[in-house]
Design a protein around this ligand. Structure first.
Ligand SMILES: Nc1nc2c(ncn2[C@@H]2O[C@H](COP(=O)(O)OP(=O)(O)OP(=O)(O)O)[C@@H](O)[C@H]2O)c(=O)[nH]1
Ligand SMILES: [Mg+2]
Length: 192
């Protein structure tokens, strides 16, 4: 099982559609995917999860509940989850992370990355919407620093993509299969 997680509206569903060709609901407002949806891709189950964080028209308490459900789903299925793709919005993520840190809070993306690592689930970070990113290298370096990934491993963990324009989706597919087939070392496991 491969799961796609990330904040609402970062493009998880668009990326799954680009990658697998399987129809999943996508949309302009945060909070389109409300329940996890499974599609099959080359004999693997790919799970499109609801996003966490802000959702338009959804009360804060309900947002928290959805986040708790995502956490519980991952904990309950950790044994079966071969890989997680944490999707971030390459344009918005640095600003949002900065804002959370200024408030003295752990940014939700960072929290999830650590959560997946603690469960020893191999994790790739798909840095999406690169069509809107001006300085990609700087963005990747910034994210690596915030996620606690050594610079030498940036290319192993962070895959810049544009789901909407199909850019680097083939590279993401390649990275996914390298991990599934055990060819790629992934640094997200506690034991490495
Ligand atoms: N510019 C740009 N827009 C994108 C890209 N990928 C997705 N989008 C847009 O982002 C919006 C949200 O896309 P979704 O795929 O529904 O996002 P999601 O993460 O599944 O959102 P939730 O299900 O609400 O959590 C849509 O308007 C997409 O067209 C991209 O690479 N570039
Ligand atoms: Mg979605």
């Amino acid at each position: 099982m491969i799961i796609f997680v990330g904040r609402s509206n970062v493009g998880k569903s668009t990326l799954i559609f680009a990658l697998t060709g399987k129809w999943v609901r996508r949309g302009k407002r945060p909070g389109v995917t409300r329940k996890s949806v499974e599609v099959t891709w080359r004999n693997k189950t790919v799970v499109d999860m609801p996003g966490f964080g802000f959702m338009s028209g959804v009360p804060k308490a309900k947002q928290e509940k959805i986040k708790d459900e995502i956490v519980r789903f991952i904990e309950d299925n950790a044994e079966d989850i071969e890989l997680a793709v944490l999707v971030v919005d390459g344009k918005a993520a640095p600003e949002i992370i900065e804002r959370w840190e200024k408030r003295g809070e752990i940014p939700i993306d960072v929290e999830f990355f650590e959560f997946l690592r603690d469960l020893e689930i191999p994790t790739l970070v798909a840095v999406n919407k690169t069509d809107k990113v001006k300085n990609l290298k700087r963005t990747l370096t910034y994210l690596a620093e915030k996620f606690g990934v050594p610079y030498s491993q940036i290319d192993e963990i962070f895959i810049p993509v544009s789901a909407k324009f199909g850019k680097n989706v083939d590279l993401l597919a390649k990275k996914i299969w390298e991990i599934l087939e055990g060819k790629a070392p992934h640094s997200t496991s506690k034991t490495t």
